[in-house]
Design a protein around this ligand. Sequence first.
Ligand SMILES: *[C@@H]1O[C@H](CO)[C@@H](O)[C@H](O)[C@H]1NC(C)=O
Ligand SMILES: *[C@@H]1O[C@H](CO)[C@@H](O)[C@H](O)[C@H]1NC(C)=O
Length: 285
Amino acid sequence: MRAAISLLVLLFSMCGAQTRSTQTEVQTESQSTGAAAAAEVSTRLDVSAELRELRDMVVELRVLLTLTQNELRDIKEEIKTKVEALERGLVASETKVEAQEAELTAVKARLAASEAEVENAAQEAELTAVKTRLAATETEVDNLKKITEKSKVAFSAGLTDSGYIESGNNELNLVFSKVITNVGQAYNSRSGFFTAPVRGVYYFRFTVRDNLESRYMAIQMFKNGQQLMFLWDTDTDGYANYLSSGLTLQLEVGDEVNLRIPADYRLYDNSSNYSTFSGFLLFPL
Ligand SMILES: *[C@@H]1O[C@H](CO)[C@@H](O)[C@H](O)[C@H]1NC(C)=O
Ligand SMILES: *[C@@H]1O[C@H](CO)[C@@H](O)[C@H](O)[C@H]1NC(C)=O
């Protein structure tokens, strides 16, 4: 385009110079009147030639202008196409960015949901663990309650209100028939046996009396038919003698404890409660 304009300027300046030189020639030639007519014809021919030349030049310039205009239009078109392409590209990029942003938002939402799920799962697991522990604790509490209920064990009983109790030819299981206390009913006042209701450590004690005039007295403690203790005493004055002792025993559920006297022995009691048998649970195991 710039080249075309330069060409145009050059053409115009050339044209101006030619006109001026033509005028000079005209003036010079007019001075010579002799050859005036011939000169005038010549001059006219020259002017026509120049005019033709100028017309050709204008035609050329028009062609050039048209070409330049076409070129300009092409360039404009090209630029427009490029700009449009760029715009399309920009729009596409923007769309892509928007899509990516949307995707990012979706991913974030999914992540948040996953995190919430994980947290929920953790809380559920914790809850389940707590429930399990609670159930175990409840079972334990129930067991403890049962044990505590069964652990209320204490008894005391007097032997008899009716004087002497004698074994005769065979050893005798003593039945302390006068119940003073029997919490938990572990002592049987008809058989004289104590039966352990829970596994634990128990304490048993007794005090028994006889009136000794040249006799022996004795007492034995048994656990499940096995002797644990044998005490005896003797005297000649006919007054009261007492045997008294106690044992701490570890018993399983169902273990039995009782007192006996050997064959041909006796004990004394009346409403004064001289002979008594007592026991209680110290603690369960
Ligand atoms: C109980 O025994 C003692 C000693 O033998 C006697 O002194 C007392 O009178 C007896 N009591 C009863 C109520 O029989
Ligand atoms: C002997 O024990 C019974 C029963 O607990 C009681 O009622 C009685 O008063 C006791 N006898 C004496 C002399 O303390």
